[in-house]
Design a protein around this ligand. Structure first.
Ligand SMILES: Nc1ncnc2c1ncn2[C@@H]1O[C@H](COP(=O)(O)OP(=O)(O)OP(=O)(O)O)[C@@H](O)[C@H]1O
Ligand SMILES: [Mg+2]
Length: 263
């Protein structure tokens, strides 16, 4: 298929194996995570979306996020999905595992990137409290880089009650206008610079008409309100907040933080 002499192809494949990008399984070559990463990165480079790779921002259970820079010097976050990373390792150990496992590993990660991109596009124009999504390719997603920390680190906030309102307004916009629910919201999936908050991590979003959308929404809202109470002493009733994000309340009373809770 490559139109190259077979010896040239064998040589190239050997090099790919040595570099840990692909691996021989019986008569087949299977893709490894590092190989997929490079192909996706090459795509963004060829498209003039990325010029250079920078530091790793975060290494999570489900993804690795790198800082990248564009030709024009803009910083972006490159999120590369790693769903099933552990089982993928197991596949590497057990050499007799069927090839289907490799395909399903790749397919799950492609789906996650495509879904997260779709969610962020639906949210564009609805709320400014999510990162801008520039592009996706294979298992990788190119996002606006947010200069903030996770809320779970309990950073000092200019006004904790205002920030909670900002977050709940974004959840409300997602529900009422974009018609989606994140389903995995908590202090770990909110970044903040102290004044502004961004809701991140959307691959598992569901449509509001889905069977368990309301349960997921309730869980999202209660994780957030409980965290703000625990970490900043901000009181917003869980039930009230839930009704508010669904559009069943017009106003959301949030009690001002205790003066001692500066974060
Ligand atoms: N757009 C972004 N700009 C800057 N940092 C980001 C961005 N997106 C993600 N990050 C960083 O990467 C981390 C993981 O991102 P995210 O929550 O989307 O992925 P995840 O797969 O859920 O990872 P984890 O398993 O750690 O939760 C975030 O907590 C944050 O530190
Ligand atoms: Mg996360």
């Amino acid at each position: 298929m490559s139109g190259q002499p077979v010896e040239r192809v064998r040589f190239a494949i050997r090099r790919l194996n040595q570099k840990g990008l692909t691996r021989q399984r019986r008569t087949n070559q299977v893709m490894l995570a590092a190989g997929l990463d490079l192909i996706a990165m090459k795509h963004f480079v060829d498209n003039n979306e990325v010029a250079a790779l920078g530091k790793i921002i975060a290494k999570g259970k489900e993804s690795d996020v790198y800082e990248v820079i564009s030709e024009s010097g803009e910083l972006f976050a490159l999120k590369m999905f790693r769903l099933g990373r552990t089982s993928f390792r197991a596949v590497r150990r057990k050499r007799r595992e069927p090839l289907g496992e490799v395909h399903s590993w790749i397919a799950r990660n492609y789906t996650a990137a495509r879904r997260e991109f779709a969610a962020l596009k639906r949210l564009e124009g609805v709320t400014r409290n999510v990162p801008r999504a520039l592009a996706f390719n294979r298992h990788a997603l190119l996002l606006e880089e947010l200069l903030g920390v996770r809320l779970s680190e309990k950073p000092p906030l200019r006004s904790p009650s205002e920030l909670l309102r900002q977050i709940l307004d974004a959840v409300r916009g997602a529900y009422m206008e974009a018609r989606i629910v994140n389903g995995d919201l908590s202090e770990y999936n909110v970044l903040t610079d102290g004044k502004k908050a961004w809701l991140i991590d959307w691959p598992q979003w569901v449509i509001v008409s889905g069977a368990n959308a309301n349960d997921l929404l309730k869980r999202d809202v209660s994780s957030l309100t409980r965290f703000f109470l625990r970490a900043y002493g901000v009181k917003a009733g869980e039930e009230k907040a839930y009704r508010y994000v669904m559009g069943k309340e017009e106003r959301l009373p949030i009690r001002r933080e205790r003066s001692s809770a500066s974060g």
